[in-house]
Ligand binder design. Structure first.
Ligand SMILES: [Fe+2]
Length: 441
């Protein structure tokens, strides 16, 4: 597999001591260097330590000074719930598979469609997939560098519409009145307006972010959905096809060619979240986005910046700037969300990856904002979701039948697979090792 990202992720392995205590001490005493490494390489991989549970994963990541977990995300997607026994660790999604499945998804900067964009997103491998299921990374600073000057100028010019929610839907979700929702939006400077005649909360985003440490400019968006109308998923599957040429990928290749076959791989999702499964199938068949507001006015969305030129050059850049590695049980990956996009790659077999997001980034959200923005490095900011709870909102009206079923299933699954045995610590020495990116095996 050819790629220009031979230095991502930077791997940190123990030479002797594999204990969590040692690792936490190391991360706490070298936090500034670690954050510098994450920024320089785009991601670090902690491998070979005795990290056996989500709470241990949480302790390790949050031992880095300056990292603060995000628990409450404004209008977070369904199924994005906290794992039992942890404070911040999330199911990547409790309702459907986010990697290691038949689908070839696209890539995304975490939380593009909501205001609470994390500076860091970290992953923990409890169970690797039997085949594939890597977490693919795309250096979106490199992608931005490779775009044409015309597209760069259009991206820098203005913020684009990322999402919109009817005020009534926000009010119902947080069990407060519509007036309180409007008052809250005014307080946190989230614009409101009419979408198809309905009062709505609007979210605009700058999509070129200047990195607070490296000064690099990166295209930070969701490549999933935002470019569907321009045929990005199909072009991306074509670009990655040589990596999936081996006979073991036959079922996957068939599913990409005949999207209705994906239903076979989604029987569990169909039962748990039928609306999602049918929506995903519809999007695959029609290559359409999943967004509701202003779909007719593409100039409001980021795809408008690419309408003239198309996405071929973007897709080439994404493939060139891609890297991945095979997960091992106990691995922890910490990704810089201001310069890397990610997604779960196709695969087969049970796969359990947990997520933890940290440090909400302050961004302007109004339609008149510029498209280029330089966020400050500020780990003390509170998420919009947390502020809404303080404002009087309630977390979720009540657990739905789906939530209860998903929790029960996750608990049964957690019991079925015992964690790795804890090894004893030795001396306190680590060494760093660079992994070459590997092709999906
Ligand atoms: Fe994600």
């Amino acid at each position: 597999m050819k790629t220009r990202e031979a230095h991502t992720p930077l791997v940190i392995e123990p030479r002797r001591s594999t204990s969590v205590g040692f690792l936490k001490e190391l991360l706490a005493s070298h936090s500034s260097e670690i954050i510098g490494d994450i920024a320089a390489h785009g991601a670090i991989l902690l491998r070979g330590f005795d990290i056996g549970s989500p709470s241990s994963f949480e302790d390790v990541v949050l031992s880095i000074q300056g990292l603060r977990g995000i628990r409450d995300v404004f209008m977070s997607e369904p199924g994005r719930t906290i794992v039992d026994g942890a404070r911040f660790v999330l199911h990547t999604n409790a309702l459907y598979k986010t990697g290691g499945a038949l689908q070839f998804n696209c890539f995304h900067g975490e939380n593009y469609h909501v205001p609470d964009v994390p500076r860091f997103v970290s992953f923990f491998c409890e169970v690797p997939a039997r085949l594939g299921g890597e977490t693919g990374l795309i250096n979106s600073a490199g992608v931005y560098e490779d775009l044409s000057e015309g597209v760069k100028a259009r991206l820098q010019q203005r913020a684009f519409l990322a999402n919109a929610w009817p005020v009534a839907a926000v009010a119902a979700r947080y069990r407060i009145s519509a007036e309180r929702v409007e008052a809250f939006c005014a307080e946190v400077e989230l614009p409101t307006g009419l979408v198809r005649g309905e009062r709505s909360v609007l979210l605009y985003k700058p999509s070129v972010l200047e990195h607070p440490r490296t000064g690099e400019r990166a295209l930070v968006t969701s490549f999933s959905y935002e470019f569907n109308h321009l045929g990005l998923p199909r072009a991306l599957r074509r670009a990655f096809a040589p990596d999936y040429a081996a006979p073991r990928w036959t079922a996957h290749r068939l599913a990409w060619r005949y999207p209705w076959l994906e239903l076979l791989g989604q029987t569990g999702t169909l039962l748990r979240a039928p609306r999602y499964a049918i929506g995903a199938l519809y999007r695959s068949l029609t290559e359409r986005g999943n967004r509701e507001p202003d779909a007719a006015d593409i100039t409001a969305r980021i795809e408008g910046a690419f309408a003239e030129e198309g996405v071929e050059r973007l897709v080439r850049a994404m493939r060139d700037r891609f890297s991945c590695f095979s997960w091992r049980r106990g691995d922890v990956l910490i990704v810089d969300n201001l310069k890397m996009a990610h997604d779960g790659m196709p695969g087969f077999g049970p796969r359990r990856i947990r997520a933890l997001i940290c440090n909400p980034v302050s961004l302007p959200w109004s339609p008149g904002s510029p498209g280029l923005y330089a966020p400050r490095e500020d780990g003390s900011r509170e998420s919009v979701g947390a502020r809404l709870l303080r404002f009087g909102g309630a977390p979720l009206a009540r657990a739905t039948g789906l939530d209860v079923a998903a929790r029960l299933r996750a608990r049964l699954r957690d019991r079925a697979i015992p964690p790795d045995p804890i090894q004893q610590a030795g001396h306190l020495i680590v060494h760093r090792l660079q992994l070459r990116p590997v092709a999906p095996a």
